[in-house]
Design a protein around this ligand. Sequence first.
Ligand code: SAH
Ligand code: AVI
Length: 359
Amino acid sequence: MPFSSVSRERPWAGPQTRGVVQPAADIRVERARGADGTLARMAEEVRAGLLARPLASLPCKYFYDDRGSALFDEITRLPEYYQTRTEDALLEAIADEVIERTRPTELCELGSGIGRKVRRLLEAMQARQLLERCVMLDISEGFLTASVDRLAADYPGLAVRGVVGDFHEDLVALGPGGGRLALFFAGTIGNLHPADVPGFLRALAAQLAPGDALLVGLDLVKDAARLHAAYNDAAGVTAEFNRNVLHVVNRALGADFQPEGFEHVAFYDPVNAWIEMRLRASRDMRVIVPGARLDLTYRTGDEIRTELSCKYTRQSFTSRVAGTGLRLDRWFTDPNQLFASALLVREGGTPAPHRIAFG
Ligand code: SAH
Ligand code: AVI
C-alpha cells in the first residue's frame, strides 16, 4: 500500500495546523500518497483550470483546508442550508433498516468531514453487535484527524482508520471490500460533473465485494428559489467558503490572489439541474501563481467556476448507476422530498455467506 503516516507538512493546511504532526503510537491516520506528489498534482490541476477557456475553473476539493472545513461546518447550521439537517433526520429514520438489509461489519465514509452522521449507522450496528471497523477518507487532514480521534474515543473496541486522500484517485487505499457499507453523504456526489459519476461509481464498486453496499446522499431537484437561498445565505458564509479556495491556492502555491477582490456568485441552472458557484473579479487584477507557473490578468467581471452542485431525481440518478456494477436497492426520502438516500448494492458473484440476501 502506498501509505505514508501523517508526519510531514500538509501542503494546504491552515496556519493553526502547519508543521509536523506527531503520529499517535498506533497510527490511525495515513496518507494515500506523499505530500510532494499531492502538491505537484495540485499545481497541475490549478494551472489547467485557470488556463481553461471559455471559463476558468478551480477544483472544489481545494475549498477544504482547516478554514474551509470549518466554514462548511458553519454552512451546515445556516437556516437556508436545509441539506445537512434533512439528511441527518433521514439517516436517523432509516439507519436500522439499512443496517438490517446490509449487515456490514465495516463502515467506510468518503468525504467524511466532521464525521457526525456516520454515528447514526454506528449506533445501529452496535445494537446488532456488528461493529468492527470504520474507515474515514477525506482530503482535509486536520478535520479527518480530529474526527477519527473522537470516534476512537467514543467507540472503544471499534478499529478506526483515517485515510488522507482524494476520492477521485485514492479509493484503492480503502483495500478490498467484504462486509463493507460505503457512505457518501451530504450530496457530495453532486459536486462531481454528472458525466463523471458512472466512472466514480465503477471505481468504488471495484473496492466493494459482491453484496457490499453504498449509501449515497443526494440533494433533490426542487424550487429554484430555495436552492438559490441555500447557496446565497444572508450571513455571507457561503461567500467566504467560496473565496477560501483562493486562500488555499495562495498558501499552497505561493499565489497572490486578493480574495476580497472577487465576488461570490451562485445560481441555479435548470437545464443542467445544478447550482454553479463562481468567483467574479470586481476590479482589474494581476495575479502571479509561482507554484503553477502562471502570470494572469483579470478584468472586472472575469469569472472562475469553483463548484458544481448537481441536484438529482430518482430517474436522473438511476441512469448514472446503470452499468457500474451497482444497482439501486432502496430509495429513501424525507417527507418534503428535499433530500434522498440511495442504497446501492454491489452486483455479481455469490454474496458473502454472513450476508442476508437482497430481494
Ligand atoms: N460527510 C460530511 C462532510 C461533507 S462536506 C457531511 O455529511 O457533513 C464534503 C467533504 O468532502 C469535506 O469534508 C471535504 O474535505 C471532502 N472532500 C471534498 N472533495 C474531496 C475529494 N476529492 N477527496 C476526498 N475528500 C474530499
Ligand atoms: C459538500 N457539498 C455537498 C456542498 C454542496 O452543497 O454542494 C458544498 C457547498 N457548497 C456551497 N455550500 C455548500
